[in-house]
Design a protein around this ligand. Sequence first.
Ligand SMILES: *[C@@H]1O[C@H](CO)[C@@H](O)[C@H](O)[C@H]1NC(C)=O
Ligand SMILES: *[C@@H]1O[C@H](CO)[C@@H](O)[C@H](O)[C@H]1NC(C)=O
Ligand SMILES: *[C@@H]1O[C@H](CO)[C@@H](O)[C@H](O)[C@H]1NC(C)=O
Ligand SMILES: *[C@@H]1O[C@H](CO)[C@@H](O)[C@H](O)[C@H]1NC(C)=O
Ligand SMILES: *[C@@H]1O[C@H](CO)[C@@H](O)[C@H](O)[C@H]1NC(C)=O
Ligand SMILES: *[C@@H]1O[C@H](CO)[C@@H](O)[C@H](O)[C@H]1NC(C)=O
Ligand SMILES: *[C@@H]1O[C@H](CO)[C@@H](O)[C@H](O)[C@H]1NC(C)=O
Ligand SMILES: *[C@@H]1O[C@H](CO)[C@@H](O)[C@H](O)[C@H]1NC(C)=O
Ligand SMILES: *[C@@H]1O[C@H](CO)[C@@H](O)[C@H](O)[C@H]1NC(C)=O
Ligand SMILES: *[C@@H]1O[C@H](CO)[C@@H](O)[C@H](O)[C@H]1NC(C)=O
Length: 878
Amino acid sequence: MIVFPLLWFLFSTISTSSHQNTLVCNETEKRALLSFKHTLSDPAHRLSSWSTHEDCCGWNGVYCHNITGRVIKLDLRNLGSSNFSLGGKVSPALLQLEFLNYLNLSGNNFGGTPIPGFLGSMRSLTYLDLSFASFGGLIPPQLGNLSNLQHLKLGGGVSFYEPQLYVENLGWISHLSSLEFLTMYEVDLQREVHWLESTSMLSSLSELYLVACELDNMSPSLGYVNFTSLTGLSLPWNHFNHEIPNWLFNLSTCHILLNGLDLSYNQLTGQIPEYLGNLSSLEYLVLYGNRLNGTLPSSLWRLSNLVYLDIGNNSLAGTISEVHFNKLSKLKYLDMSSASLIFKVKSNWVPPFQLEEMWMNSCQMGPHFPTWLETQTSLRYLDISKSGIVDIAPKWFWKWASHIDRRLIDLSDNQISGNLSGVLLNNTYIDLSSNCFMGELPRLSPQVSLLNMANNSFSGPISPFLCQKLNGKSNLEILDMSTNNLSGELSHCWTYWQSLTRLNLGNNNLSGKIPDSMGSLFELEALHLHNNRLSGDIPPSLRNCKSLGLLDLGGNKLSGNLPSWMGERTTLVALSLRSNKLIGNIPPQICWLSSLIILDVANNSLSGTIPKCFNNFSLMATIGTEDDSFSVFEYYYDYYYYYYRYIGAPNYENLILVTKGKESEYKSILKLVRSIDLSSNDLWGSIPIEISSLSGLEFLNLSCNNLMGTIPEKMGRMKALESLDLSRNHLSGEIPQSMKNLSFLSHLNLSYNNFSGRIPSSTQLQSFDAFSYIGNAELCGAPLTKNCTEDEDFQGIDVIDENEGGSEILWFHIGMGLGFIVGFWGVCGALLLKKAWRHAYFHFLYRVKDWVYVAIAIRLNRLQNNLRVFLNFKAQKL
Ligand SMILES: *[C@@H]1O[C@H](CO)[C@@H](O)[C@H](O)[C@H]1NC(C)=O
Ligand SMILES: *[C@@H]1O[C@H](CO)[C@@H](O)[C@H](O)[C@H]1NC(C)=O
Ligand SMILES: *[C@@H]1O[C@H](CO)[C@@H](O)[C@H](O)[C@H]1NC(C)=O
Ligand SMILES: *[C@@H]1O[C@H](CO)[C@@H](O)[C@H](O)[C@H]1NC(C)=O
Ligand SMILES: *[C@@H]1O[C@H](CO)[C@@H](O)[C@H](O)[C@H]1NC(C)=O
Ligand SMILES: *[C@@H]1O[C@H](CO)[C@@H](O)[C@H](O)[C@H]1NC(C)=O
Ligand SMILES: *[C@@H]1O[C@H](CO)[C@@H](O)[C@H](O)[C@H]1NC(C)=O
Ligand SMILES: *[C@@H]1O[C@H](CO)[C@@H](O)[C@H](O)[C@H]1NC(C)=O
Ligand SMILES: *[C@@H]1O[C@H](CO)[C@@H](O)[C@H](O)[C@H]1NC(C)=O
Ligand SMILES: *[C@@H]1O[C@H](CO)[C@@H](O)[C@H](O)[C@H]1NC(C)=O
């Protein structure tokens, strides 16, 4: 056993050294490679060895035949970030590499340029991979000349403004008589109605992947389909909205579909056909995310080779019990999430399988805890959230859960109880939120990256948790323990948790000061400590949290000044210090926060005047603008990928704001909110006219202060205002005529001031009832009952400039529409969506490797940015 590897080692050293001695590359080919390099861009100098080495067979990515020394393989795939991409022009010099049989340019970035047609003349190619390399435009039909080609991979990587790859027709593909593997990502195939016929002509084709290719019909136009060697068929993310077609039945009678069938993320209707059970060699069956209904066919349970069964997110009905799984001993992956199925097995069931992943969110498994999980020794992803479990978590569970490398434990949204004191949590992602867990907090192993225990009944002091001795450096990034009964001081142990990016301890009973050591959380982006009993100053050390985007310290007993250093934390987007005991002025430095969209310091004892520089809040001064800094509001879990796409809904930060006179929780919509709330303080002086330039501001509340003077004449410029509260001040003068232009205003309170004169007539201002205006003795006209005398009946001059207006309003309408939709989902649907879409397929990425995620994450980012630029551009054009 030991001799063999040793021999092999000796042999391989001898053989490599010998071929190093004999191999010298062909001069012509060397020159060809150099001119190929010449037209490429290579910012990361990946091809630097191409100039230094004499022998081109030793160049990075170049492989020569071990006897003839001719170049046979060119592997320039980019596995790293987009920074390592090659780009530029693919030179026809490649044609001189007569014996090249392998060309891999995947993961590079050719900026939407077309695939060069000359590739069709490289007759010796057997492998051609141009996927995720940002090629765009028409796929050259010349590729049909590659009669030796066995693997072809195209598509993917183009950004929003670059042209997608497309075909006019796929006739050329039927000439690829040796083709065994065909993969296309995001290639627009909708012009080719005969895609099925063209591909089924390929008699050697064994795997066909057409991912997100705009296909809408799986019915053969000739009435039959003649795949002869197909073992795998993957057509996810297309637009099929019919029933699962019968021709698959023919594949089943021929027993050829061996490997897998993936029709996920379409809109397939009807039932899962009984004949699928005849595909007896099927290992992967993926029907996730369709509209399939009815019950599961009994034949399904005969598929004894199934490794991967994914029928989640459909409208399937019926009860599944242990007998169904009798033959599925090879099952490793089971997804029945959101499929409206009932999963009912005996507590002493010993399943024949050993699962690695189990996604059962929203599948009715309760009310008893699934005790059979104890038999599953290899399970790495466990999601039984929202599954109707009302039970105590059994004693063995936590020990079981901490064993081996279990990455995800998601028990959220059940009524699971139990005491976690002394338990060690040892998983990368742990979500226990919205259950009935109680007792003291558990301990953590360093590998925990996400811990959500919000909305339970954990109690006792928090410091033993924070100061626990970790067996290594913590990886905790997200910690949510909000809405529990935790008490005590925040401790001085924050230096242990330096990888934290998001921390939520809101709605507990924490007391004492905010410790200085929190300033060591350098990565912190969001900090919620709201609704506790914290006292003392806001510690100056927090200025070290250089990434802080959201700071919510509302509902505590914090005293001292609103610190002026806060102006240095220019990453801040949302700041809530409401309902504390802060004193002193609002420091003008606060205006340095040009990304701020939410400023809430209501209900403190702040005095002095409102700084005149609020017009520096530039994101409140424009309508519909997005900003990179808004990324603080949403975050993603890295297991949400299927193929190369991020498929989960993001997780959202939340903030309680008082808008339109009532408290509301804002989540996914948060980035659309623009709000200033300075109410219930001791502010005096006048309302600075600068505030009226905040034309994107939606909510302005200055009520219950000692403000004097008049409403700025140009208030009507704040066209986005939905809610304006100036009540209970000493404001006087007339209500400016420009306020007639506030067409989105739906909440107005000017009561208890000294306003006088006629309320300007507009449908908007008269639509409020008299309570909006009462307590102003000199105010007259509708909706007040007091009639105006002739003196008061002066209609002021409309101060609004003629040339601003219409277009912005129109654009804002569009924004409002979006805002409304997002808002609706934000309030009602975010939670639902998050779970319903959660779907991790790490194991199923059987053809796509990690590098694609990186490439795509970057691409998604780019796409978002581009979309933004595009929308802004549109807004300007309107
Ligand atoms: C090098 O390649 C050229 C072009 O393919 C060919 O004509 C020539 O014979 C090759 N030289 C050797 C030594 O193989
Ligand atoms: C050359 O490569 C072929 C195929 O890769 C292999 O079978 C053969 O053993 C190699 N010959 C030498 C001398 O390494
Ligand atoms: C890529 O380059 C950018 C700008 O040059 C840099 O900020 C970033 O850190 C680089 N990323 C990687 C993964 O090297
Ligand atoms: C090309 O490289 C990518 C990236 O590693 C890899 O996934 C793919 O299998 C390669 N293509 C071929 C045809 O070998
Ligand atoms: C390749 O295909 C094109 C179009 O399909 C054809 O015109 C051409 O003659 C073929 N042969 C070569 C060597 O390019
Ligand atoms: C199934 O195969 C038979 C013959 O092999 C053929 O006549 C029939 O049309 C095929 N059905 C479909 C839907 O392709
Ligand atoms: C299906 O393809 C095979 C091989 O290409 C061929 O022999 C057979 O005649 C075809 N059948 C139909 C119905 O087209
Ligand atoms: C399945 O949905 C279709 C509509 O898509 C409906 O006509 C049919 O009655 C449903 N079947 C069952 C069993 O619910
Ligand atoms: C925690 O998990 C790791 C694997 O991720 C494992 O090696 C270790 O033994 C576990 N620790 C305990 C205490 O179970
Ligand atoms: C206000 O004027 C209307 C007619 O313009 C009159 O009917 C009404 O009685 C007056 N109300 C008061 C309180 O004077």
